[in-house]
Design a protein around this ligand. Structure first.
Ligand code: HEM
Length: 725
């Protein structure tokens, strides 16, 4: 038997000892189970770099100018194994970067080019990402040369930015700092479809109303970055496509002007590929046999490279000079009448009714041959939608403005998911503060922290007031795009001050106490809110007989309304916060799933989830104060009683409506405490119950207090990029 001829010799059909189970998983058997795995992704065990590796440190040794020079040379040197169109890879790398960055969505901050996820499934094999695998292989010699000093994520985004520079655009800047992940993300919901490019209808209430697309999705079909280039569900209708573009781009925080600039500027370089039969392509990278070495979509019959490449199935370039940054896209779009035709691959595309040979783009291999330009339905949308058209006219009248608008929008597209500017690294970081970066001014550090803390202690605020305000201020943080958090004290500003989950009246009252104290002591309000929360936790620990001193680092700043893109903060509103029992009865999913999602976004572990929920309840931070979810005869003490009660068979747990449960004494039937559904998950879920038992069995409460303090401090510090920079 040779190595290529693997046969099973035993009689038992199960390959004993050969493999761990890859068949039906727990989640398949119990689809409603909580998938706690999403909290434990990108663990140190799966990261080959080890805990000691610090990408920001490694970047300090990167020779940025040499890297950029190497990229320029790469982009202009055609490789025989994958020849460059017209001898230039500008289109290839602009698309690689755009498709990496373009999966970002504002609703949950997930997706985007910040992690290098295009290397892994499903994105590496999305139908829309055909041949981005070639782009990464073209980049490999550079990745190999610079090693760990440059991440794949940074390299992919930089390659697109340098592509635009090579084409002749003055770009707006570039920041390094995207750290790679090493296996696929488990938390990103890309849609419920089980089939690539399934019709759009499943993700809309009404596909003719783009705003009814399911949240947090931002693409019209499974496996696409945004809209279908052939029209809604593949049926050409530029005005319907325009409406879908508007919605999908808005879901990644782009307005109409940015959308037009990006699409027009995107298609100023490069081309569509559809000169062949898609049926001749090998499987996508994830499905390909080992002999393909991670490369997918290879032509198995003909040549399949150069002019015979098939990607989208649409065939042709948009402009006369597709390797140059110029106004050629508008010249072409508005200089001709267009009609629908079919590409050689059978895709629907717009082609000019008539065109002079001099305006026709050259063949990618032979400059003597002229080819017909094309427009996708999305390009025609820019001409036919009145609002988009007006923006095009503005750009046509002012080419410098077009270049500037594109350069800024490209920078936003490729940096939006990196979070605040404090996370940017490198010599080309633009000085200007941009509102979508959620700027925060540096805050004071020299004030007397102990004096401020003493003043807060004497202010009359209750433990609940202090802990709830600090929690509400910090809990907006999401690690997906590093937005939100306590820094900036945006809880004082619209829209956060008015969110129901923040209990606006109580919040206003607490702020009216804390703000003057901050001013008197020369501290920021952001620091003062966190310090008050810390004080409450320390008081509660003291009451439990486990004294505690939490670390505190001053220096948070206070943002202003002018620094705040208020509408974009709507996406951060907690609709349910199981930690603090924000109760709503119209959940789309269960409250515990909402809590899990928030925990993942906040970067918490399952243990953090357990201790934070228990601790916040003990301090009465839940809405309704001590009315429900306290579970203890000693409220206000940071004790393990929550878990003791939950794991005690002396009680029964009886649903009483409105998402609440009575905890009744089994012997007498008397109701003792009230709990929410989210509370009960800590006793009912087999994993979370394990943690709950761990705390319940420790009579001293010391482990619980220590673990709570650790989790609390990480939550309060999660957004301190000023310290981590
Ligand atoms: C409305 C949204 C968009 C649609 C429907 C769309 C559609 C397409 C299609 C069908 C292709 C051809 C792929 C192939 O067959 O090789 C393509 C290529 C390309 N797109 Fe877009 N696109 C959109 C927006 C953008 C944006 C926002 C950018 C960049 C900012 C961009 C940059 C590019 C580039 C550079 C190429 C050329 C790739 C190459 O030369 O290999 N596109 N696009």
């Amino acid at each position: 038997m040779d190595g290529n001829d693997i046969k099973m010799t035993g009689k038992c059909p199960v390959m004993h000892g050969s493999n761990t189970a890859s068949g039906t998983s727990v989640m398949d058997w119990w689809p409603n189970a909580l998938n706690l795995d999403i909290l434990h992704q990108h663990d140190t065990k799966t990261n080959p770099m080890g805990e000691a590796f610090d990408y920001r440190e490694a970047l300090k040794d990167l020779d940025v100018e040499a890297l950029k020079a190497d990229l320029r040379a790469l982009i202009t040197t055609s490789q025989d194994w994958w020849p460059a169109d017209w001898g230039s890879y500008v289109g290839m790398f602009a698309r690689v970067a755009w498709h990496a960055a373009g999966s970002y969505r504002l609703a949950d901050g997930r997706g985007g080019g910040g992690t290098g996820n295009q290397r892994f499934a499903p994105l590496n094999s999305w139908p829309d990402n055909v041949n981005t695998d070639k782009g990464r292989r073209l980049l490999w010699p550079i990745k190999k040369k610079y090693g760990n000093k440059i991440s794949w994520a940074d390299l992919m985004i930089l390659s697109g930015t340098i592509a635009y520079e090579v084409a002749g655009l003055k770009t707006f800047g570039f920041a390094f700092g995207r750290e790679d992940i090493w296996h696929p993300e488990k938390d990103i919901y890309w849609g419920a479809e089980k089939e690539w490019l399934a019709p759009s209808d499943g993700r809309y209430d009404d596909v003719s109303k783009p705003e009814t697309m399911e949240n947090p999705l931002a693409a019209v079909q499974m496996g696409l970055i945004y809209v279908n280039p052939e029209g809604v569900n593949g049926k050409s209708d530029p005005l319907a496509t325009a409406a879908q573009m508007r919605e999908t781009f808005a879901r990644m925080a782009m307005n109409d002007e940015e959308t037009v600039a990006l699409t027009a500027g995107g298609h100023t370089i490069g081309k569509c590929h559809g000169n062949g039969d898609p049926a001749d392509l090998s499987p996508d990278p994830e499905a390909a046999g080992p002999e393909y070495q991670g490369i997918g979509w290879m032509n198995t019959k003909g040549r399949g490279i150069g002019r015979d490449t098939v990607v989208s199935g649409i065939e042709g370039a948009w402009t006369s000079n597709p390797t140059q940054w110029d106004m050629g896209y508008f010249d072409m779009l508005f200089g001709h009448e267009w009609e629908l035709r079919k590409s050689p691959a059978g895709a629907t595309q717009w082609m000019p009714v008539e065109i002079d040979e001099a305006d026709m783009p050259a063949d990618v291999e032979d400059p003597a041959i002229r080819t017909l330009p094309i427009m996708t339905d999305a390009d025609m949308a820019l001409r036919l939608d009145p609002t988009y058209n007006a923006i095009c006219q503005k750009f046509i009248a002012d080419p410098a403005y077009f270049s500037e608008t594109f350069a800024r929008a490209w920078f936003k597209l490729t940096h939006r998911d990196m979070g605040p500017k404090a996370r940017y690294v490198g010599p080309d970081v633009p000085q200007e503060d941009l509102i979508w970066q959620d700027p925060i001014p540096a805050g004071p550090t020299g004030y007397d922290v102990a004096a401020l803390k003493a003043a807060i202690a004497g202010s009359g605020l209750t433990m609940q007031d202090m802990v709830a305000t600090a929690w509400d201020s910090a809990r907006t943080y999401r690690g997906s795009d590093m937005r939100g958090g306590a820094n900036g004290a945006r809880i004082r500003l619209a829209p956060q001050k008015d969110w129901a989950a923040n209990e606006p009246e109580r919040l206003a009252r607490v702020l009216s106490v804390l703000e003057p104290l901050a001013a008197t002591h020369g501290a920021s309000v952001a620091d003062t809110i966190v310090l008050a929360g810390n004080l409450a936790v320390e008081q509660a620990a003291e009451a439990a007989g486990v004294p505690l001193e939490l670390p505190f680092a001053p220096g948070r700043g206070d943002a202003t309304d002018e620094m705040t893109d208020a509408p974009s903060f709507d996406a951060l509103e907690p609709l349910a916060d199981g930690f603090r029992n924000f109760l709503k009865t119209d959940y789309v999913v269960s409250p515990e799933e909402m809590m899990l999602d928030r925990a993942q976004l906040m970067g918490l572990t399952a243990r953090d989830m357990v201790v934070l929920t228990g601790g916040l309840r003990m301090m009465g931070a839940n809405h309704g104060g001590t009315a429900h979810g306290v579970f203890t005869d000693r409220p206000g003490a940071l004790s393990q009683d929550f878990f003791v009660t939950l794991t005690d068979m002396a009680y029964s747990w009886v649903p009483v409506g409105d998402g609440l449960y009575e905890i009744r004494d089994r012997a007498t039937g008397a109701a003792k405490f009230t709990a929410t559904r989210a509370d009960l998950v800590f006793g009912s879920n087999s994993i979370l119950r394990g943690y709950a038992e761990l705390y319940a069995q420790d009579d001293t409460g010391a482990k619980f207090v220590a673990d709570f303090a650790d989790a609390w401090t990480r939550v309060m510090m999660a957004d301190r990029f000023d310290l981590k920079a």
